[in-house]
Design a protein around this ligand. Sequence first.
Ligand SMILES: [Zn+2]
Length: 479
Amino acid sequence: MAQDKKVEQITNMEDDFAQWYTDICRKAELVEYASVKGFTILRPYGYAIWENIQRIMDGEFKKTGHENVAMPVLIPESLLKKEGELVNGFAPEVAWVTMGGSEKLEERLAFRPTSETMFCDHWHNVLQTYRQLPMLYNQWCSVIRWEKTTRPFLRSREFWWQEGHTIHETAEEARAETEQQLKCYADFFENVLAIPVVPGRKTEKEKFAGAEATYTVECMMKDRKALQGATSHYFGDKFSRAYDVTFAGRDNKLQYPFQTSWGSTTRMIGAVIMTHGDNNGLVLPPRIAPVQAVVIPIAAHKKPEVAEAAKELKARLLAIDVRTKLDDSDQSMGWKCAEYEMRGVPLRIEIGPRDLENGQCCIVRRDNGEKTFVALDTLESAVKELLDRIHDNMLERARANLEENTFDLSTWEEVKEMASGRGGFARTKWCGSRECELGMKEKAGVSSRCMPLHQSGTKGKCVFCGKEATTDIYWGVAY
Ligand SMILES: [Zn+2]
């Protein structure tokens, strides 16, 4: 049967999680490989998910006064090199343009790996007085990082993202901005992507090149590996000094502004796949699903009224802004069920001759397979409610996965046993030394994920050296 064949195409996640992931990316038509090695094409269905993410997130950024801009894709080498730490951090991954037409360029131009330098150069030119501050900018674009190994959404040489860049009159304001945007990401992950997060601060070793502090939201995938969801950085006035960005302060003296940047990428789609997907395919959180409900008429060729009723259901749902698709094609019912299941459509609405007689339709949830019969005159409220319930259920399930697989451990041997076994997050105490962090990587096979914002406040001993600890910390095996 066509239905069985469709499902067979996806490897079981228990057998091979990596292959299961790749199968979903390809079979659900989210991405395709491009002819340039390491580059991917976002196909219409994948791009539609990204568009929904962009629309909702952009709305949140604008609520707090951020404005979108567009910076050039190329950065002169001399400009990129002005801030040593940043360029050292990114140097191995920078792609260069050396020719313009048939002429060799006098100076190499870098494809942007990130745009701090461009923003600083611009602010150097336009900033004059404290009255212009804060400048709260964001841009939606793609960047290039010449990665050695690539995987759809998780690591590719070009990826799409938003990068927020702001400058402020005081350090306090810039720090508050860094924290506000981290909270914005945490809320977005939970309220839109149905993914619970551990918000926290990165260690000195793991922080962004050139930042004073990097904050992150860490998520746990279904294979119990960690994925860094989004990051928010505080730069102090380091870049301002490197790029000579100054303004006349309230005392009329020249000052350096304080800076932040924060970013999230198409990686979030990878997180959605690996947090919610199952062996039948994608399971999409309703708020970003390109199609929230698919209407399928049954035996419509025998009863034209059924075809009419299905069209009407679609029109009614579109009228209340539920993204709805009608599939009245001649594919079999089995094929259609498997297809929309694989594509992760949250609701499947079936209507046949008997349903029509009874004044009802049958609604099937993608997240748990539950079927309910809904009276046609309550369609709108029933669908809205079901979409919300699906979101809540998906978030709760993901939260259970996170909580059940987070372990409070006190020795590196225990962490090693966890990491080399079923996996998960280890929450331990840490003394703060780089040696112990490197030791954990070498001996226990884990990297530090973050020092959580919510600290237990209890004292204890470092998981590695046994000396007095200064912080709680999460460890895991990460994507
Ligand atoms: Zn230690």
